[in-house]
Design a protein around this ligand. Structure first.
Ligand code: NOJ
Length: 520
């Protein structure tokens, strides 16, 4: 046990910690296995999803982000029930009581949150941080620290300043790369003494596909998006990440920031529909090359050969100088692990027709489905139509990353929404047996990953608290702590929070059923 870890967190020695509910790093025991001192269990949130004090309710000089604009375009079906994040779950005001609750209810030793670019630089650019915005985040982190949690600071989670979207098209213009670097530098100067770890951005594939691709469902929902616009966005996002990493490395040398630097990437690992078919197994490899597209740039500074061959000049290239910056631009990769997908090779006619955007299968040119040919779902359904509790999502995703050169990783996000949870009474909502079942599977996967000796350094539960689930609004609840949207709403921890805490602290063994009679 490192004394320094306790002094940072202001906690007492290890054995009394469990009793006091003051878990510090080094205290986790998972199914009889003592985890390394610096293993992290955290819960995650993002600015637009929880903070409020934005849009029509903006406080502290906050500027408008593309999500503020999108949410206020009412009547277009952008967000369920035309909800907005103007108040969200009011974390901007409630964090002094939320953070101790997250710590106590979930037993996590880190709080993952994101900084809203428009709280720091209301119009996206500038040379000094908006003091009210900076002070808000400083106090959030200090509150986390006082309550026994370190803080992982994510620089960007989808809420681009509207001003940059208006000025030059946001992520489609290379100018965003230097504006992101400038913002990253300002935020590292402002929070560098406090943030314990850093992440550049959340899920570039998803925000580019959903906001800048064909048929967009997320902000800024550009008209006439194509695969070309989506991939341009992804390329610029990777360059922006690498610039932020370069700033981090420089500032770390100067002693101005501390901890590790990562990026959050998402993707659904493939399961061959017919594991005895060489063609289906090869289709899974191809799916992974596209799905985990960030891996090769992060390791090698170039796109993987499968994508390069399939896309040719449609895929942008990194210059020699960019390749140097992008290759190795991380200390860890955070894998946002949710669901898996069945994969099969295409039949001959679909394969022949898979030559461009007119084909439903292009550019992967594999069959990708939540049901296999016999009609079996890939896993147990949840309230999100894209999210299933498959058997080995975390393990397969991390194994792919390991085999392809990623040197350390965390589970960056993992979680689910219980079916119809939003329409249940509080008493029913908090007895969330399906979420317990989900996290039991999570721990099983973590055990597999650790048994295989893969370099897993932490795992984060999504989400600390119910929040605005983007275009699904408040109809879908991912929290381990229950709440409703609005000012100063009651917080109630769910059974799943109790479950993860009991497992992480060695009180409960996840290999045994939590509800023997029901088999969960
Ligand atoms: C990943 C995203 O990062 C997060 O914002 C979202 O709420 C969860 N997935 C659940 O959909």
């Amino acid at each position: 046990m490192k004394v320094s870890a306790f002094s940072v967190l202001g906690c007492a020695p290890a054995l009394i910690l469990l009793k006091l509910g003051c878990l510090a790093r080094g205290a986790y025991v998972l199914d009889g296995r003592t985890l390394p001192d610096d293993f992290i269990f955290s819960c995650g949130t993002s600015a637009y999803q929880i903070e409020g004090a934005t849009g029509s309710q903006a406080e502290g000089g906050k500027g408008t982000s593309i999500w503020d604009t999108f949410a206020h375009e009412k009547g277009l079906g952008h967000i369920a029930n035309d909800e907005t994040g103007d108040i969200a779950v009011d974390f901007y005001h409630t964090y002094p009581r939320d953070l101790p609750l997250f710590r106590q209810a979930l037993g996590v030793n880190q709080f993952d949150f994101t900084v809203a670019w428009t709280r720091i630089l209301p119009n996206g650019t500038g040379t000094t941080a908006n003091p009210a915005g900076l002070n808000f985040y400083r106090d959030v982190i200090m509150t986390a620290h006082r309550n026994g949690m370190t803080a992982a600071c994510t620089i960007y989670h989808w809420d681009l300043p509207q001003a940059l979207q208006d000025k030059y098209g946001g992520w489609l213009n290379k100018q965003v790369v230097s504006d992101f670097r400038n913002y990253a530098e300002i935020i590292m100067d402002g929070l560098g003494d406090l943030c314990d770890d850093w992440l550049s951005m959340n899920e570039p594939r998803t925000f580019c596909q959903e906001g800048y691709g064909a048929d967009p469902v997320s902000a800024p929902a550009i008209p006439n998006g194509t695969f070309k616009t989506e991939i341009t966005c992804r390329h610029n996002a990777m360059l922006a990440h690498a610039e932020a990493h370069e700033v981090f490395v420089e500032k770390k040398k100067q002693g101005k920031v501390k901890g590790k630097f990562g990026i959050k990437i998402d993707g659904g690992p493939g399961v061959p529909m017919d594991p005895t078919s060489a063609a289906d197994v090869a289709a899974v490899d191809r799916h992974h090359a596209f799905e985990f597209w960030e891996v090769s740039p992060l390791v090698n500074g170039t796109y993987n050969p499968t994508m390069r061959t399939a896309l040719g000049s449609l895929l942008p290239s990194f210059t020699a100088e960019e390749t140097k910056k992008v290759a190795g631009s991380y200390d860890f990769v955070a894998f946002d692990a949710y669901t898996s997908t069945w994969i099969a090779a295409l039949n001959a006619s679909d394969a022949a027709a898979c030559t461009g955007e007119q084909s439903d299968f292009w550019p992967e040119c594999v069959e990708d489905s939540e049901t296999d040919h016999a009609g079996y779902l890939i896993g147990k359904p949840t309230e999100s139509d894209w999210n299933f509790r498959a058997n080995d999502t975390i393990y397969v995703g991390l194994r792919y990353m390991h085999e392809n050169g990623i040197k350390a990783f965390t589970v960056g996000e993992n979680g689910m929404a219980v079916i119809k949870e939003a329409s249940l009474h509080l008493g029913e909502r908090v007895v969330d047996a399906d979420r317990v079942d989900w996290y039991r599977s999570t721990f099983k996967n973590i055990n597999w990953v650790l048994d295989a000796g893969l370099p897993l350094i932490g795992a984060s539960f999504w989400s600390c608290i119910d929040n605005l689930e983007w275009s699904s609004g408040f109809t879908i609840k991912f929290g381990l702590v229950d709440t409703k949207p609005g000012y100063n709403q009651t917080r109630t921890s769910k059974m799943s929070a109790n479950y993860v805490k009991a497992v992480m602290t060695g009180e409960l063994d996840s290999r045994y059923s939590y509800f023997p009679s029901e088999g969960i």
